[in-house]
Design a binder for this molecule. Structure first.
Ligand code: SF4
Length: 446
């Protein structure tokens, strides 16, 4: 369990020097105890006290790094059960499963499907992050599949309870920070040795939560603290129950032996039903998978799943924003109008959707306006004549235009005079109040 503010205070230098940004050591200690501030913010705390405090104030759930280089991801590290309590920090990874029973054609097809689904949404790149290869008895094929899948440069997950075969597989993916799944009560010691030798995260599985706990204790005692729980049970209900119980034991009960990320096989649970697979994967995004395994990747699965995941794993206190820049619609020309609005993601999607619907060529200028709605940004001074002028200059849009027409949202018609002063030579046009009127407006403007 964590230390109280008073206990932390006793370990600080108690000089009230304010270098941590707080007026007193006591104020700083209270914030550390609540988890709002890292102990490292105090530059004067001794290494001994820091080590003691870091251990005591560490999150109840361990953060594990898997993958390497461009595929590196963090999982776990959550401090709350629900997004509205604070924020969820490390989104679950989506992995696609392969096995040594797969035909060469299907292997190629799955690899191609993974590569196909790759797109950006609100500043985040969406694609499968992991590839899991299951050993079903054909060692040569297992190693061949693993070799092919490795080239995808995703997080490599080996699902193999045969330690000798797992060792050969790990040789193939060494130095990629892989996950070795398949440790159980019969092979735990060999698997721990392998995980330590190859610096892999060890995935453990058991028939009951008590057994899972005991295996985690064994691994911890042996110094293997990079763990992941396979919480999959014999059916959906049991899997869900284990996922929730382990997470609650760590975050509510403060039991760090239960504080590890989890993996859920949505593909196995859905038994070939693609719709059920997506529904289950969505349920486990909410509670509480750290890696979700699918049978294949497609846009039908990815769009709802990644969209949900992005919404759940964003800080509710920070508005979702799109990148400030000039967006182009229907190959705009030098005489196409420039519409301007704010960088709040919801506003962007509504406005851009209506511009697309109009089928009219247009530029859409998005300045850095704080991530708020149009009226809030305007009221906060973040969507003003000077902000828009600066964006016009920084973006270089003027050089692409022979006719300079700027359409501002109808709700901030009051900005017209201000912008006219800031942008001489531009015609400032007040657009519609509501985005749904944009298609009619653009057609009439043409
Ligand atoms: S920096 Fe350290 S010593 Fe200074 S006020 Fe903060 S907690 Fe106290």
């Amino acid at each position: 369990m964590g230390l109280t503010g008073i206990e932390i205070f006793k370990l600080t230098p108690r000089t009230n020097c304010k270098e941590c940004g707080f007026p007193t050591c006591m104020a700083f200690s209270m914030k550390v105890a609540s988890g709002a501030v890292e102990i490292e913010k105090c530059p004067h705390i001794s290494d001994e006290a820091k080590a003691k405090l870091s251990e005591a104030t560490a999150p109840p759930m361990k953060t594990i790094t898997v993958g390497k280089g461009s595929s590196e991801k963090k999982i776990g590290g959550e401090t709350v059960l629900f997004r509205h309590e604070k924020t969820l920090v490390n989104k679950p990874l989506i992995a696609v499963q392969f096995c040594d029973c797969i035909s060469d054609e299907r292997l190629e097809e799955k690899i191609s499907n993974i590569k196909k689904v790759s797109y950006d949404r609100i500043g985040e790149h969406m694609q499968a992050e992991g590839a899991i290869v299951k050993y079903c008895g054909d060692k040569d094929k297992f190693l061949k599949v693993l070799g092919n899948v490795k080239d995808l440069e995703l997080v490599n997950i080996l699902y193999c309870s045969d330690a000798a075969v797992a060792k050969e597989g790990l040789e193939l993916v060494k130095d990629t920070n892989p996950v070795l799944l398949g440790a159980n009560s019969e092979n735990i010691n060999e698997m721990i040795s392998l995980a330590k030798e190859y610096k892999a995260t060890l995935g453990i599985e058991a028939g009951t939560i008590e057994e899972l706990y005991s295996l985690a204790e064994t691994a911890e005692k042996a110094g293997q603290k990079e763990l992941i729980f396979n919480v999959g049970g014999k059916d959906i209900a049991k899997t869900f129950e284990t996922a929730v119980e382990t997470r609650r034991a760590a975050l509510v009960g403060g039991d760090r032996t239960m504080g590890y990320p989890s993996i859920v096989f949505a593909n196995t649970l859905s038994d070939g039903d693609d719709y059920l697979q997506t529904a289950l994967a969505s349920a486990f995004v909410l509670k509480y998978a750290s890696i979700i395994v699918l049978d294949d990747m497609s846009y039908q699965t990815a769009l709802p799943l990644f969209g949900l995941r992005q919404n759940i794993f964003t800080d509710p206190q920070k508005p979702m924003r799109v990148e400030p820049k000039i967006y182009e619609f229907a190959n705009p020309k030098s005489d196409s109008p420039v519409l301007v609005t704010v960088d709040f993601a919801l506003t962007y999607f509504v406005v851009s959707g209506e511009i697309e619907r109009s089928k009219m060529p247009a530029w859409l200028m998005i300045p850095d306006s704080g991530g708020y709605s149009v009226l809030t940004s305007w009221a906060a001074g973040k969507f003003s004549g000077s902000v828009i002028r600066q964006m016009v200059k920084d973006s270089g849009i003027e050089e692409k235009l022979t006719v300079k027409r700027l359409v501002i949202p109808g709700k901030v018609a009051v900005l017209k005079g201000d912008i006219e002063e800031e942008l001489p030579g531009w015609e400032i046009i007040v657009g519609p109040d509501e985005a749904m009127q944009i298609p009619k407006f653009l057609n009439e403007l043409a």
